[in-house]
Design a protein around this ligand. Structure first.
Ligand SMILES: *[C@@H]1O[C@H](CO)[C@@H](O)[C@H](O)[C@H]1NC(C)=O
Ligand SMILES: *[C@@H]1O[C@H](CO)[C@@H](O)[C@H](O)[C@H]1NC(C)=O
Ligand SMILES: *[C@@H]1O[C@H](CO)[C@@H](O)[C@H](O)[C@H]1NC(C)=O
Length: 244
């Protein structure tokens, strides 16, 4: 009797969480449901539960990347390898991550909406691509498409002219896909800790006082790692300023 009651309340709890769960975004390169892909060549972060088939990642497992599916990455020349790494991380997230589904756009199952991305990730991305060239501010809407794929409409300019900073880059390069978040334990870093971060987000849904939630969250190992990294970054920045 008690066991039945428990399983009923667990089921009710799960049903009460909208959106969060297993699934994949719609798309020609997406599976219906995530499953293991032990032979991935790239995007290995998601090999235990992947929304892309391993063969999708072959085109990403080279450098320089010329074209991914139907999109040229080199319309303004080859990307630097540092910048290319970030392009790959974002492409892997969209195509292969089983987490992306949590932010599926309710009006368009092919796209994501306001996935929380960490400020520090965006700052590093901007720094990596700073002097690379690009001709589009929004990779979803600003290309001119023809039979050969995507073409520039405007001249190529450095990332640091196209975007003000990391936040501007993250909030605009992929349309409404990402929303920059400064609290480090509530956002995607495209690393191994993202799974734990999402688990915590699910658990803390409905917590009345966000302040309390933060205190508890700060005890969770992944969050401690992120806070420590952030402190070290800030320390390093101060030191740099001090020696200038
Ligand atoms: C990739 O692999 C999947 C599953 O094995 C297959 O259905 C698909 O056609 C393959 N795609 C390409 C481009 O080879
Ligand atoms: C989705 O579509 C509805 C109806 O057209 C609109 O009111 C709503 O703002 C849209 N939501 C998003 C996130 O675009
Ligand atoms: C983006 O994140 C901020 C907090 O970091 C939040 O207030 C805002 O509602 C979010 N925007 C969207 C479109 O979800």
């Amino acid at each position: 009797m008690q066991i039945t009651f428990l399983s009923v309340s667990v089921a009710t709890f799960l049903l009460a969480i909208p959106c969060y769960g297993d699934g994949c975004v719609s798309g020609i390169n997406h599976k219906a449901m995530p499953s293991p892909e032990p032979d991935m060549r790239e995007c290995k972060l998601y090999s235990q539960s992947s929304c892309c088939f391993s063969n999708y990642t072959e085109q990403l497992a080279v450098s320089p990347v010329i074209k991914v599916y139907n999109t040229y990455w080199n319309r303004c020349g080859q990307l630097s390898s540092r910048c290319e790494e970030y392009m790959k991380k974002i492409d892997c997230f969209y195509h292969c991550s089983p987490h992306a589904f949590n932010w599926i756009n309710p009006n368009n199952s092919y796209s994501l909406l306001a996935a929380p991305i960490c400020q520090s990730f965006c700052d590093d991305w901007f720094a990596a691509c700073r002097n690379d060239l690009t001709c589009v501010r929004n990779w979803i809407s600003d290309w001119e498409w023809d039979d050969h794929g995507n073409n520039c409409r405007n001249e190529c300019i450095p990332y640091h002219q196209m975007y003000k900073n990391g936040k501007d880059l993250c909030n605009n390069m992929w349309g409404a896909t990402f929303n920059v978040t400064s609290y480090p334990c509530h956002c995607l870093m495209m690393d191994n800790d993202d799974g734990d971060m999402i688990q915590q987000m699910i658990l803390s849904r409905g917590t009345p006082a966000p302040g309390e939630m933060h205190t508890e969250l700060a005890q969770v190992p992944f969050c401690q790692r992120r806070l420590k990294n952030l402190n070290e970054r800030q320390g390093a920045k101060k030191e740099q300023k001090g020696t200038q």
